[in-house]
Write a protein that binds this ligand. Structure first.
Ligand SMILES: NC(=O)c1ccc[n+]([C@@H]2O[C@H](COP(=O)([O-])OP(=O)(O)OC[C@H]3O[C@@H](n4cnc5c(N)ncnc54)[C@H](O)[C@@H]3O)[C@@H](O)[C@H]2O)c1
Length: 331
């Protein structure tokens, strides 16, 4: 298939481009590089020995998006492009609503206009808000805890309504838990353009000496050791989950949790990282962050059963691969 991948130069998008190319698909990337570098695409070409068509454009620009659909026969759309910092979204809600919701609207509209019926959307465990863990796909989405989470809830609703109106439209809403790790080559990984918001790049940058101390937001949650608990999924497993979702896409709305089903606390992750890589990660405890919840992990039985997909890599692989990438990575 020929697949349009928005946000394909970013962290999860780049690993998914790799997996799609390895699975024999062709890939067109649309990315405005606001949180990524074009060199990532060159690295994927190097790893796969395959071409990638690249458009350095903004998905919120309707005429740019339209021109891509006009010029290429597209079989499926993978929509990764989005702003992803939960904490930044609290400070800049309009930027987040605009970028993340308008991009989904424009892509859905283009799919309708050009009769493209396969759509894979990057959703997030944040849609579950303060539901009870483990999160199940059929939980009621009461309210996400941040504007970022709301952009995912709204995008899911838009795509669900498109599917209701058009029985041929197939959409997969993939709710990621906490993607971490990097490709084993150490060539692609998570390399945010600014100060990292996610825990793992923060840990690796502190370990490398790029930043002085890791900030741990709260040690008084009702969890195993007081720090927040998350379901860390290796990005390579996550990328393969996308290929499985494409292979098993049914007409209508397909919702899947992509996680491991296991919770790991921040302290446990830092300790594992130090032990696996034999490095020290100094940290300090600061206040809880607005919108953060105590525990977040998935029930993954639906994806395992219907997609025949299961995360294979664990915390040790995650820590080792993330560190290999950071050590190799030059800005
Ligand atoms: N990383 C996570 O923890 C996580 C968890 C759940 C869901 N997600 C979602 O997965 C998707 C990918 O996340 P990621 O971690 O790879 O983030 P990322 O920032 O590495 O990648 C997103 C990419 O989209 C691009 N982009 C953003 N807005 C754009 C626009 N308007 N037009 C064109 N390109 C644009 C950025 O330049 C970047 O390359 C996002 O939608 C994110 O919300 C991420």
């Amino acid at each position: 298939m020929q697949i349009l991948v928005t946000g394909g130069a970013g962290y999860i998008g780049s690993h998914t481009c790799f997996a799609l190319l390895e699975a024999g698909h062709r890939v067109i990337v649309l990315d405005n590089l606001c949180n990524s570098k074009v060199s990532t695409l060159d690295k994927i070409k190097l790893l796969t020995n395959k071409e990638i068509i690249f458009y350095p454009l903004d998905v919120t620009n309707e005429s740019s998006v339209d021109s891509i659909f006009l010029n290429h026969r597209i079989d499926a759309v993978f929509h990764f492009a989005g702003l992803k910092s939960v904490s930044e979204s609290v400070k800049k809600p309009l930027e987040y609503y605009y970028n993340n919701v308008v991009s989904t609207l424009i892509l859905a509209k283009a799919c309708q206009k050009y009769n493209i019926n396969k759509f894979i959307f990057s959703s997030s465990a944040t849609v579950y808000g303060r539901n009870k863990v483990p999160f199940l796909e059929d939980s009621e989405l009461m309210s996400a805890t941040t504007p970022y989470g709301e952009t995912k809830v709204i995008s899911e609703r838009i795509l669900t309504d498109v599917a209701k109106a058009n029985s041929e439209f197939s959409v997969s809403l993939l709710r990621y838990f906490n993607p971490v790790g990097a490709h084993k080559s150490g060539l692609i990984g998570e390399a945010p353009n600014n100060i990292p918001n996610n825990l793992m790049p923060y840990i690796t940058q502190v370990a490398k000496g790029k930043m002085r101390k890791l900030k741990i937001f709260g040690d008084d949650y009702p969890t195993v050791d007081g720090s927040g608990v998350r379901d860390y999924i290796h990005v390579v497993d996550l990328a393969l989950g996308h290929v499985a979702a494409l292979n098993n896409l049914l007409p209508g709305v397909n919702v899947y949790n992509l996680g491991t089903g296991k919770g790991t606390s921040v302290f446990q992750l830092v300790k594992a990282f130090e032990e696996v890589n034999n490095v020290h990660v100094p940290y300090e405890i600061t206040n809880r962050r607005s919108g953060d919840i105590a525990e977040c992990y998935a029930d993954v039985s639906k994806a395992e059963k219907e997609l025949k997909w299961k995360a294979k890599l664990g915390i040790i692989d995650i820590c080792r691969d993330a560190w290999r990438f950071e050590k190799k990575y030059e800005v």
